[in-house]
Design a protein around this ligand. Structure first.
Ligand code: MRU
Length: 332
């Protein structure tokens, strides 16, 4: 699948450079992170976001900490930057182990390997996912799961991209994804560049759009998938899954195997990041609530496995019962 590729990060040899996603789509500014502390801070403030891309940034951050002689502190700061996306811990642990075994050179080689594996996982995932589509489907998606979120071609958006190239998608309905508008800002930005037809829709319109017959399928990414198939993803995903069931629409989750956490038996074990209330009381920096208004801001929710029609991974499309299909694929 071709298309103008956007990239969330690049390693310059002595620093990690990140495309600051908080400024998109208005401004394309690259920021330079010279060490693990800066990378952790960039992850925390969402300059780089999306589970696999966070993993890649943290992998390079861990490699920088190995070079700078502060491996343990650097890895700890990176792992603590955000709690929900398991790819972060997964990537840091791999680079840390490589550093302990073979030093800074081995750590950097591991970070590069994780990056190329992600690109390949996205490609395969797109192929597998595209087989689910019929002709000219109207697809609803949430948050941003494209190149910006993975460093490859994307998870759910990568599937959409491959399916679109084969005639399987006629239009993408893009949830704006409040409070931080990853859909309106980032997914629309990517779809523009790819030339895939889309319309941004208010998060709250999903039920009405489904009831009017304007949606054929929902496909989203994941930040962590428990061993039983429960899926943690951007807040609002659970709502879509419930609505999809009500309207008998397929609800598909696309994620690399690195997003599956065998150590979380179910969604209950997945920590949900709580972010600052100011993200809710403001829109693009403008206060929209009365001064002093309090807010509740969980960044993710958990969709029970019973609402998930299919789980698309680079190793194939998993179906219920997920405890078994997940255990099987991880044992391969
Ligand atoms: O808070 P974010 O923007 O990092 O949340 C991202 C998501 O929830 C994505 O859907 C998920 O990471 C999958 S990205 C391929």
């Amino acid at each position: 699948v071709s298309g103008a590729e956007v990239r969330p990060l690049r390693f310059s040899g002595d620093a990690l450079e990140l495309l600051d996603q908080t400024l998109l789509p208005g401004e394309e500014r690259w920021i330079r992170c010279a060490g693990a502390t800066e990378v952790a801070e960039a992850i925390r403030r969402l300059a780089v976001r999306g589970a696999p891309a966070i993993g890649l940034a943290a992998a390079y951050g861990a490699a920088l900490s190995a070079r700078d002689g502060g491996l343990e502190d650097g890895c700890r700061a990176l792992v603590e930057a955000r709690p929900t996306a398991i790819n972060l811990r997964w990537a840091v642990e791999r680079v840390r182990a490589a550093a302990v075994e073979g030093g800074p050179g081995a750590a950097l080689a591991m970070a590069r390997r994780i990056e190329s594996q992600q690109v390949e996982a996205d490609r395969r995932l797109g192929e597998h996912g595209a087989t689910l589509f019929g002709e000219a489907e109207r697809v609803l998606t949430h948050c941003n799961t494209g190149a910006l979120a993975t460093g490859g071609s994307g998870t759910a958006l990568g599937v959409i991209r491959t399916a679109h190239a084969r005639g399987g998608v006629s239009e993408v309905l893009v949830d704006e994804t409040r409070p931080l508008l990853q859909g309106a800002r980032l997914t629309a930005f990517e779809l523009d560049r790819l030339g895939i037809p889309y319309r941004v829709v208010p998060d709250s319109s999903a039920g009405a759009l489904m009831a009017r017959g304007l949606v054929d399928r929902v496909i989203v990414g994941a930040d962590r998938i428990a061993a039983n198939g429960d899926v943690a993803n951007k807040i609002g995903t659970y709502t879509l899954a419930v609505l999809a069931e009500r309207h008998a629409l397929p609800f598909v989750v696309a994620a690399p195997l690195s997003t599956i956490d065998p150590a979380s038996p179910s969604g209950e074990a997945i920590p949900i990041e709580q972010r600052d209330g100011s993200e809710v009381t403001t829109v693009a920096g403008t206060e929209v609530a009365p001064r002093g208004a309090t807010a509740l801001n969980p960044a993710f929710d958990v969709t029970p496995a019973t609402l998930v029609t299919a789980l698309v991974t680079e190793a194939g499309v998993l179906r219920p019962p997920y405890p078994r299909s997940i255990a099987d694929v991880l044992a391969r």
